[in-house]
Design a protein around this ligand. Structure first.
Ligand code: NI
Length: 272
């Protein structure tokens, strides 16, 4: 039983037939749940539709920083409407991307802050996309009150009693020092396929630093295919290869890794 905490069945490159085939492959696999994560208005609507259709599918709604320039008042209201639907479990993926800069930085920041506002108002988990923007992402999260007492008191921490800000760093690519900072603030870290790559020493260090109880696993399919399938399209059943690498680094079994990260995800997304 694996929980793929971040996938894109809603990816615009898929035909309906391809989506059906991907869904069938998930049903035939040992993946128990996925979160289909929105990146603009259309993809958020599709994700919510998938969540309504498939018992194993949940959705997140939001504008990716790439698409920040397309977000207006009307689409913001619609994202909020989608977020209130049943089985829509998070606002995301939202954040900043200074690597590709497909939207100008000011609209990325505005879009990010407005959507954090929705998550705070609806008391929902947040899924973060951060690429080459570590400082600004952390600064905005702090300024907007994501780590405030008011928010963390909504989410009673795990057995550890540590604060829980219901904040997920998707496809974490920062340093182990940054991971430590986020853990202290009550964030959860999601590990994706790149941990299986040959040059992943930094990410392996992150996996060592993050307690397994504060970790989720994901594919970000169709992107970031894990080894040994790198170069081919990614899909949720391949999440087990990322789990396998995490298990190896942590020195625990694959089954244990699968079970604990699945429990973590169910708690994080408030799935019964
Ligand atoms: Ni993504």
């Amino acid at each position: 039983m694996f929980f793929d905490s971040h996938t894109h069945l809603n990816n615009e490159s898929y035909s309906e037939a391809e989506r059906g085939a991907l869904a069938a492959a998930i049903e035939a696999s040992d993946v128990s749940y996925v979160v289909d994560v929105g990146f603009d208005l259309e993809s958020s609507m599709i994700a919510a539709r998938h969540a309504a259709k498939y018992p194993w599918c949940y959705a997140a709604a939001g504008f990716h920083p790439h698409n920040a320039k397309d977000m207006d008042e009307e689409s913001l209201i619609m994202i909020k409407g989608i977020a209130k639907k049943e089985k829509v479990v998070a606002i995301g993926e939202i954040g900043l991307d200074y690597y590709r800069n497909l939207s100008d930085r000011q609209s990325q920041k505005d879009c990010f802050r407005r959507q954090i506002g929705i998550a705070l108002e609806l008391e929902m988990p947040i899924i973060i996309h951060d690429r080459d923007a570590n400082d600004d992402v952390l600064c905005i999260l702090k300024e907007e009150g994501v780590f405030s007492k008011q928010r963390t008191s909504l989410f009673p921490g795990a057995e550890s009693g540590e604060p829980d800000a219901r904040l997920l760093l998707h496809c974490f690519s920062g340093s182990s020092e940054l991971a430590r900072q986020y853990l202290k603030l009550g964030a959860t870290i999601s590990i994706a396929g790149p941990v299986t790559y040959k040059n992943a020493r930094r990410l392996e260090d992150v996996v060592r630093v993050v307690p397994i109880e504060r970790m989720l696993i994901e594919t970000d399919a169709p992107y970031l295919t894990p080894e040994p399938f790198r170069g081919k399209p990614n899909s949720s059943p391949l999440v087990k290869y990322t789990a396998g690498k995490v298990a190896e680094i942590k020195g625990i079994s694959l089954e244990e890794t699968a079970r604990i990260t699945c429990e973590n995800a169910m708690r994080f997304f408030n799935i019964q």
